[in-house]
Design a protein around this ligand. Structure first.
Ligand code: CP
Length: 319
């Protein structure tokens, strides 16, 4: 089920979100950047609004940046995490949200291991729901911050080649990135072993651009404008799909030697957390010329401010 931002009042995925909607959000994120960075004082556009940050899976970047984004717009934040909630007594995600809605919460940011759960909850709530990562499905604000970062470094993404490497099958980051990037006209190349980068992903319906699945990382690097390295998600059984960690590193790890084969302007992304020494060597992760990993993190606050501002502008205060 695809529910776009404008039609639904939620942000559940980038599948189906139009280029115009993405550009409008990213333009606002750029305008909000100085406040997002903390260099300017918080705004009060969401004063008297309350955002519930409901995280039933661990997170550093997404949870903290949503909290900062809400506070830097003047909102109050409820941080609700896993085992500290009544979910441990069997309460459903929907019941948790409906109880918070009854307390006047204005928007729900939800991370869960259950693919599709934010969609199901959104269909039953009257307040905006933002998917902060659901299982292997989507992580739309990550996709937006990836597009924002690439536009800052490369300009117009139409016709650009963005290579995504590694554990794509388990990656909600990759799904949101490939929908966002192709909607902006980019050609996305997915590289990994067959169980982690299935050829069937070429058939995902995209609005523009293209998706290609290839196996040979060395062959695609010289024509890549950007390379997004993904973490091997051992917690989602990705380890069972690779013959050996050493072999994986040899075939798909981004080493300084491989980086030297990229075009001079090409940049390196990673959504974090990084398995240093596996998919990405430290020298590459920390390369000040090529690595935009911390720029991605900084942009995450601005993007999440733009999303909260946009969705909450459409509904009256007061739960
Ligand atoms: N990129 C990302 O989702 O990181 P966290 O799991 O730390 O939120």
């Amino acid at each position: 089920m695809t529910l776009t931002l404008s039609r639904s009042g939620h942000l559940l995925g980038l599948d189906g979100v139009s280029r115009d909607e993405i550009v409008a959000l990213l333009d606002d994120a750029v305008r909000l950047s100085t406040v997002a960075s903390g260099r300017q004082p918080p705004l009060d556009v969401l004063r008297h609004r309350t955002v519930a940050n409901i995280f039933f899976e661990n997170s550093t970047r997404t949870r903290c940046s949503f909290a900062l984004a809400a506070r830097r717009l003047g909102a109050d934040v409820l941080d609700i995490m896993g085992e500290t909630t009544s979910q441990s007594k069997g309460e459903t995600l929907l019941d948790t949200c409906r109880n918070l809605e009854a307390m006047g919460v204005d928007a729900f940011v939800i991370r869960t291991s259950a693919s599709g759960a934010p969609h199901q909850v959104a269909a039953r709530l009257s307040r905006p729901v933002i998917n902060a990562g659901d299982g292997r499905h989507e992580h739309p604000t990550q996709g937006l911050l990836d597009v924002m970062t690439l536009r800052e470094r490369l300009g117009d993404l139409a016709g650009r080649t963005i290579t995504i490497v590694g554990d794509i099958a388990n990656s909600r980051v990759a799904r949101s990135a490939l929908f966002g990037l192709t909607t902006m006209g980019a050609h996305v190349v997915l590289v990994g072993p067959p169980p982690l980068a299935p050829a069937s992903m070429e058939r995902l319906p995209v609005q523009d651009g293209s998706i290609k699945v290839l196996r040979d990382l060395d062959a695609v690097l010289p024509t890549s404008d950007a390379v997004m390295m993904l973490r091997v998600q051992f917690e989602r059984a990705a380890g069972e799909a690779i013959a050996s960690v050493d072999e994986y590193r040899r075939r798909y790890g981004l080493s300084p030697d491989r980086v030297r084969t990229l075009p001079p302007h090409a940049v390196i992304l990673h959504p974090g957390p990084i398995n240093r020494g596996l998919e990405l060597e430290s020298e590459v992760a920390d390369d000040p010329a090529r690595s935009v990993i911390l720029q991605q993190v900084a942009n995450g606050v601005a993007v999440r401010m733009a999303v909260l501002k946009s969705l909450l502008a459409k509904v009256p205060a007061g739960g």
